[in-house]
Every structure is written in structure tokens, then in C-alpha cells.
Design a binder for this molecule. Structure first.
Ligand code: ADP
Ligand code: 5GP
Length: 209
């Protein structure tokens, strides 16, 4: 059996910088970023099929019916979901996959796959969070307040995660996440699995390094 890849789940309040961090991580690392489906309108510069699959509510509901999602949730008044699209097959096949999803979705994934690496992204302060959402220019004053108020509730779920990373600078946040992933790959239970999967291989690999 092949060594499994990591299922990396990034969550945190809107505007903390998850999307920005993911982009920076993908520039330097070979991860599969899962593209979610959503019923929200696309923002300036967002590309269908790259940022999200933008669906109508009817299309989304049809996909729920067909059991096409690994998880889905209603977030800030719109539906968001992770298409199954071989996410778990990729992980089983040794590839790392990143999901950038909300807390409800992350908890559903954790229930089904607790070996995932669950990382919570925090803003350096609530004031900075508000500035970032405002600075992105994507929200109406009402939706900005919805997202900002939800942030307090969302942060209370931090203890459900394995790691918490403050996104002060993108560079720092990316480097902390890369360190987390290095540590995860060295976890005794993962290495033990690797030993059992390839008896001779790992021993040769270690002594030849
Ligand atoms: P999320 O995906 O969590 O909703 P985004 O990645 O869209 O957040 O980031 C929200 C805004 O904050 C964007 O305008 C982005 O450029 C900015 N941003 C992200 N990370 C940082 C950072 N470390 N310092 C300053 N601004 C940031
Ligand atoms: P935004 O509208 O700012 O792009 O995303 C709003 C929230 O939805 C963010 O917390 C984001 O992580 C979350 N989200 C994006 N895709 C998914 C998904 O597939 N499933 C779930 N549960 N949440 C998602």
C-alpha cells in the first residue's frame, strides 16, 4: 500500500488571509488545492473553475441530491461545498490536498477523517481583520458586518483544530504552515505506517540519507 498524502484543512474567519496564504503556499509547494463550489456571486478577478465553481442555487441543490460533495455548508447566506472530485483518492494515492473551508465544513471533514491536519488561521487583531475585509473591497457594509461579527463566534472553535497560525505577514504564516507540515510528516504514527508499508524501503532510505 502506498504512503498516504496529507489532507490539509485551512479555516478561519473571512478576511484573515486564507486565500492569500494558499496562493503563496502553492507557489512553493506541490499541493492539490481543492476548488470549491459556491452559490455566491463572483468577485472582481475571480475565475470560474479556478477560484470557485460558481453555481446557481438549483445547480448546487442538484449536486447535494447526487451526493457530489465531500462536505457542504451554508456560510454567510450562501452555499459552499467541496466537490468529492477524487479528494480522498488523491490522499490515498500519496498526494497532499488542501481544503480552504469554513468551520462547519472543517468539523464535518474531521468527523470523517481525523488524520487530517486542521489549521486555524487567525488575524493579528480584530481591528486588522476589519481593515482586511474592508481593504479587499468585496463586501457591502452589511455583509462586512455579518462576516466581522461571525468572526468572534468562529474563533471560539479554535480548540477543535490541531494548529493555530497568526497571519501577521504572509511570509511568516506560510513558513509556519510549512513547518507544521514537516512535523506532521515526521509524526511517529505516520512513519510507523510507512515502515509497515515498505519494510526494507524505509530502513534503506534512512541509512542512505
Ligand atoms: P480570506 O481568504 O481568509 O477571506 P483573503 O486572502 O481574501 O482572506 O485576504 C483578505 C484581504 O487581506 C486581502 O485584501 C488580502 O490581500 C489581505 N491580506 C491577506 N494576508 C495579509 C497580510 N498578512 N497582511 C496584510 N494584508 C493581508
Ligand atoms: P468567501 O465568500 O470569502 O470566498 O468564503 C466564505 C467562507 O466560505 C470562508 O470561510 C471559506 O473558507 C468558506 N468556504 C469556501 N469554500 C468552502 C467549501 O467548500 N466548504 C465550506 N464548508 N466552506 C467553504
Amino acid at each position: 500500500m502506498k504512503e498516504k498524502g496529507l489532507l490539509i484543512v485551512l479555516s478561519g474567519p473571512s478576511g484573515t488571509g486564507k486565500g492569500t496564504i494558499c496562493k503563496a503556499l502553492l507557489k512553493k509547494n506541490k499541493f492539490n488545492l481543492s476548488v470549491s463550489a459556491t452559490t455566491r456571486n463572483s468577485r472582481n478577478g475571480e475565475v470560474d473553475g479556478e477560484s470557485y465553481y460558481f453555481l446557481t442555487k438549483d445547480q448546487f441543490l442538484e449536486k447535494i441530491e447526487k451526493d457530489d460533495f465531500l462536505e457542504y455548508a451554508e456560510v454567510y447566506g450562501n452555499y459552499y461545498g467541496t466537490p468529492k472530485s477524487n479528494v480522498m483518492e488523491k490522499v490515498q494515492n500519496g498526494e497532499d490536498v488542501i481544503l480552504e473551508i469554513d468551520i462547519q465544513g472543517a468539523l464535518k471533514v474531521k468527523e470523517a477523517y481525523k488524520e487530517g491536519v486542521f489549521i486555524f488561521i487567525l488575524p493579528p487583531s480584530m481591528e486588522e481583520l476589519k481593515n482586511r475585509i474592508r481593504g479587499r473591497g468585496s463586501e457591502t457594509p452589511e455583509s462586512l458586518m455579518t462576516r466581522f461579527k461571525s468572526a468572534y463566534k468562529e474563533i471560539s472553535f479554535i480548540s477543535k483544530y490541531n494548529y493555530a497560525v497568526i497571519n501577521d505577514t504572509v511570509e511568516n504564516a506560510v513558513s509556519k504552515i510549512e513547518s507544521i507540515l514537516i512535523a506532521e510528516r515526521c509524526r511517529a504514527d505516520r512513519v510507523e505506517q510507512k515502515i509497515y508499508n515498505s519494510q526494507e524501503g524505509i530502513i534503506n532510505e534512512q541509512f542512505n540519507d
